[in-house]
Design a protein around this ligand. Structure first.
Ligand code: COA
Length: 363
């Protein structure tokens, strides 16, 4: 569907076997599996395999080792991470390093592109904290290696499970803005790297993947549950939007918010600080939902995926400026599968604009 452009609501811009977002029921299906069947039960490598199945010749049954090898391969590009790039935002630096990869349409290119946001995000995060980037460990799974490369220490099994749950939860989501951007570029036959770069660029914006960092800013600014209503009211009075709430398609609660909340709760059981932070976030969420209901009684504004993404990535000690990069680490598999599907479908995406400007004066 192309929505938000008057007159284009309801236009189907792509047919896909990859995922279905049911905005009325609050349901996400990825290749015939419900989100709840996948999130918390499947590794990111297995979810990527599910998305890639049928779109690449010679797809191995288990992508764990090929993806680890691809991480190792793309790490050589980290040599281009100079002081100028380190001074940029993590998304800009990660995108610049990803742009160094050659375009192509084969499985090897696809795996390098799945590896790239993970390896480059870790390298940029470490460099921005004043540490040397760490090379991938090809004996580890993707989620475990991302945490090790980012933080420099071995993660616990619970942390690996939490990151895997996150990456699987966000790996695909219908024709969202970044996936549409990736499909448009793929439809020109520009190649997978170009399509992924389009996806990264669209994801970067605060209305799409850029929301979770500001969610932490909001929680920090509110500080205590007693302050939630006053802070939120003041923010809305200034015409600001609350990050982590509202969605173009979901008219009920975003199912990914609950999947992530469950995953965080599972880890909170073994943690000291997390239960308090989670309880505070829940109090802020309830206040926000109540106020949004009072202010927009005719619009169902509910919690979206980004609210609990923020808590989850904070619990894994990712710095907030890098949160959107971690979203890209998961979503890249969806972009690639959609790009391949678009090419297989064979048509250039070329919608029409409606001219509303002045007409030329008669000569
Ligand atoms: N906070 C406050 N008001 C919001 C809001 C939010 N998060 N989301 C929507 N609204 C308001 C809009 O301002 C609009 O008000 P108006 O009619 O008085 O102008 C009304 O609700 C309807 O907006 P809607 O048509 O649902 O928004 P949209 O489809 O254009 O935008 C989002 C969808 C996601 C861009 C929007 O909800 C938003 O900006 N959310 C915050 C950013 C975010 O969390 N992004 C991650 C998405 S997964």
């Amino acid at each position: 569907m192309i929505e938000g452009i008057d007159g284009l609501e309801g236009v189907v811009a792509a047919e896909t076997v990859l995922s279905e977002v049911d905005g009325a029921a609050g349901r996400l299906v990825i290749r015939g599996r419900s989100l709840d069947q996948l999130s918390g039960h499947t590794s990111f490598e297995a979810a990527t395999h599910l998305l890639f199945d049928g779109f690449f010749d010679g797809l191995p049954a288990d992508l764990t080792q090929p993806l680890a090898d691809a991480r190792s391969e793309v790490f050589s590009e980290v040599r281009a991470l100079d002081a100028e790039l380190v001074a940029r935002t993590p998304m800009e630096a990660m995108r610049a390093l990803t742009a160094r990869l050659a375009d192509g349409d084969d499985l090897a290119t696809a795996l390098r592109l799945v590896a790239a946001p993970a390896v480059f995000t870790a390298a940029v995060t470490r460099a921005q904290a004043g540490h040397a980037p760490l090379a991938p460990d090809t004996a580890l799974g993707h989620a475990a290696d991302i945490l090790r490369m980012t933080r420099g220490t071995a993660p616990t099994a619970a942390e690996v499970a939490l990151l895997d749950a996150y990456l699987v939860t966000v790996c695909d989501h219908g024709l969202n803005a970044s996936t549409f951007a990736a499909r448009v570029v793929a439809s020109t036959r520009a190649g997978l790297t170009s399509a992924v770069l389009a996806g990264i660029s669209a994801l970067k914006g605060p209305l799409h993947g850029g929301a979770p960092g500001p969610v932490i800013d909001m929680l920090d600014a509110i500080g205590s549950p007693d302050n939630a209503r006053a802070w939120i009211e003041a923010e809305l009075d200034c015409g600001e939007r609350l990050m982590g709430f509202g969605h173009r398609v979901y008219r009920v609660r975003d199912p990914r918010a609950d999947a992530l909340k469950r995953a965080i709760k599972a880890m909170a059981d073994g943690s000291n600080a997390l239960p308090g932070r989670l309880a505070f976030a829940e109090a802020v969420e309830q206040a926000a939902l109540q106020i949004l209901k009072e202010r927009k009684p005719n619009r169902s504004l509910q919690t979206n995926v980004e609210f609990y993404t923020a808590l989850l990535l904070e619990a894994l000690a990712f710095p907030p400026p890098a949160f959107t990069c971690v979203f890209a680490i998961g979503r890249v598999s969806g972009w690639i599968a959609h790009a391949r599907e678009q090419v297989a479908g064979g048509r250039l995406i070329r919608p029409q604009s409606r001219y509303v400007g002045p007409t030329p004066l008669a000569a």
